[in-house]
Design a binder for this molecule. Structure first.
Ligand code: SAM
Length: 334
């Protein structure tokens, strides 16, 4: 094992989020809209290159990989690649974030390969609203696939972006959904990333409001493993007599930069050390350069990782109403 990667704020980088594609089969209004310029295929990292980066991360102390996108399952061969990665690095935790529209046939193979953690995005429990948000009539497919994952014994986290005027009327349904199913349902504050259409401070359904409203509806107790922000950014709550849990993630009103342990790699091989910063470090040219290769990539990652910024300082410096970076979530890898 090489030296681990610790930044100048004392944060150890142990979590790598890798976007395997910037393409998505949904057109969520707040994330992508209809007009997307996709990255041409030759610029997208090949699976062998991603595998090399995972190996490099492993040697630097990264113990958790999350695959994301765009939608990871739209990329040909993604599930097989994930199974292969899990086999190659059995002591790394491998997880995936997906819209769950395409996972039906992969639940069993992924679960058999030891991939037990899946994050599924679902912003509404109304089929009509789902179509209005995503532009696709796929609510029932997603719901079936969520339940398939739960039945397969996976640890399922269903994430909804909390938006005033979009889903703030659905809290009773969300709580009921979490109480009735063995999963975590989490509301995530709408973030001003990438000039999101429709983002404004007023559109953010804030964590404090959500918690107050939820507590007036059901009996919530902070979950024991909360260890606030030790295991992750979510504040989780047990629901009395519920099978699942309810959680809130507040990147906007109550940041968790102090414990951020993440690096992000975009599908075209750019390293981002903070979601809220446009600063990127290009890994692909070094990866593809016959004389430079992984040793050089490691140097770039170490240099970038050491200077990982405190994102909320960036957020606070922004004039109100503006996004903090110019790249959309679908391109960065949410
Ligand atoms: N396609 C996959 C999915 O749907 O989960 C992975 C990529 S998607 C960009 C990852 C997550 O980012 C989704 O849950 C999406 O709702 C969320 N997201 C996109 N824009 C966001 C924003 N401005 N604020 C908060 N979450 C956002």
């Amino acid at each position: 094992m090489h030296k681990t990667l610790t930044d100048t704020h004392g944060r150890m980088v142990s979590y790598m989020r890798i976007s395997v594609t910037d393409r998505c089969n949904l057109r969520c209004k707040y994330c992508a809209g209809e007009a997307l310029d996709f990255i041409p295929h030759p610029r997208i990292l090949r699976y062998e290159e991603i595998m090399d980066l995972i190996g490099l991360g492993h040697s630097m102390g990264v113990d958790k990989i999350r695959f994301t996108g765009g939608e990871p399952f739209v990329r040909k061969g993604f599930a097989d690649f994930m199974v292969a990665a899990a086999g190659r690095f059995p002591n790394m935790e491998m997880c995936v974030t997906t819209n769950a529209t395409l996972i039906r046939d992969w639940v069993e193979p992924l679960s058999n390969a030891g991939i037990h953690r899946i994050n599924i995005s679902l912003d509404t429990l109304s089929p009509e609203k789902y179509e209005a948000i995503t532009g696709r009539d796929m609510f029932s497919t997603v719901m079936e696939n969520i339940l398939r994952c739960v039945d397969a014994g996976m640890t399922v986290k269903v994430n909804a972006v909390a938006m005033h005027g979009t889903n703030d009327d659905e809290l009773p349904g969300f709580l009921d959904f979490a109480a009735s199913n063995a999963l975590d349902f989490r509301l995530i504050e709408f973030m001003p990333v990438g000039s999101e259409p429709g983002w404004s401070d007023q559109a953010v359904w804030k964590a404090s409001e959500i918690l107050e409203q939820a507590q007036s509806l059901v009996d919530l107790t902070p979950s024991e493993d909360n260890g606030i922000r030790v295991k992750g950014p979510a504040r989780m709550y047990d629901i009395r007599d519920g099978k699942g849990r309810f959680g809130i993630i507040s990147p906007y009103t109550d940041h968790f930069c102090g414990t951020c342990n993440r690096l992000r790699i975009t599908s075209d091989g750019k390293l981002r050390t903070c979601l809220f910063s446009d600063k990127t470090f290009r890994l692909r040219p070094a990866l593809r350069h016959p004389a430079l290769g992984l040793k050089f990539v490691e140097r770039i990652i170490r240099r970038a990782g050491r200077k990982k910024p405190i994102g909320h300082e960036l957020l606070e410096r922004m004039p109100s109403g503006q996004s903090v970076c110019s790249t959309r979530m679908a391109s960065i890898g949410g």
